[in-house]
Write a protein that binds this ligand. Structure first.
Ligand SMILES: [Zn+2]
Length: 245
């Protein structure tokens, strides 16, 4: 027995055998961990609503050496995203966060920065705000993964992009100037570049009162999703769902 205790975010669950669930947790202690919650489907009492995606929990699990799956002993809810009003839009945003964490975080690699980011964004998602926390999370995840390109200079010629138009292409890295843009490039508006710069030096709570309609920085989100999808080499299912909201 090697019992471990850690704060964690539930990312997803999957039916396993008759009554067990396979649970993916993003733990503060050691990053992404997969485990089995025995009889979780039968005994609602044991895990209750603690296994809903993006629930912030205190997890205790048995981690035997040389076994890929831990055995989830208990999960105590610290904060449930289901406590507030759950609209389809909000549920989709939560699913999007869970998918990003699940796809981007390597197994058993702790990241306190990502953990703190997640908790801070979850707080903002409890209210009515939707696109602001989603944009902030995508931007910061891209940066913390080390995928975020420079926003202030052309990726090809190095010219400063301040005050000039900037473009990006689905298959190339970074922003480029008008001279270096390829066919079928998209433009990133100066407003979105400015918002990104502001978000990169502010806390998500600083934007709590900010009115953020879907169209605001939609080009930035599209840019970020394409970067992330290129790195994980697959489509993010929830990005398409968010798009349709
Ligand atoms: Zn250039």
């Amino acid at each position: 027995m090697a019992l471990k205790e850690s704060e964690a975010i539930v990312l997803r669950t999957y039916p396993l055998r008759e009554s067990d669930l396979l649970v993916t947790l993003f733990t503060r202690l050691e990053g992404k961990v997969k485990g089995v919650a025995r009889a979780a489907k039968k005994s609602k009492r044991r895990f209750g609503g603690a296994l809903e995606p993006m629930t912030y929990v205190r997890a205790v699990y048995d981690d035997r050496e040389r076994q890929e799956l831990v055995r989830l002993d208990s999960c105590e809810v610290i904060e449930s995203p289901m406590a507030g009003e759950v609209t389809y839009a909000r549920a989709t945003a939560l699913a999007h966060m869970a998918e990003l964490l699940d796809q981007l975080m390597p197994d058993r690699e702790a990241s306190d920065a990502v953990f703190r980011l997640t908790l801070a964004v979850l707080v903002e998602l409890r209210g009515r705000a939707l696109w602001m926390p989603v944009t902030y999370f995508e931007l910061w995840m891209t940066r913390l993964m080390g995928f975020l390109p420079e926003f202030t200079e052309c990726a090809v010629c190095g010219r400063a992009l301040d005050g000039t138009r900037a473009y990006w292409h689905a298959l190339a890295d970074g922003l480029v100037c008008a001279d270096d843009k390829r066919i079928a490039s998209s433009e990133m508006s100066p407003e979105s570049r400015k918002l990104a710069a502001q978000m990169l030096r502010s806390r998500v709570s600083d934007f709590a009162e900010f009115d953020w309609p879907k169209v605001l920085a939609a080009d930035l989100r599209k840019f970020l999703i394409q970067i992330l999808e290129r790195h994980i080499e697959k489509k993010l299912v929830t990005a398409g769902m968010l798009d349709k909201i």
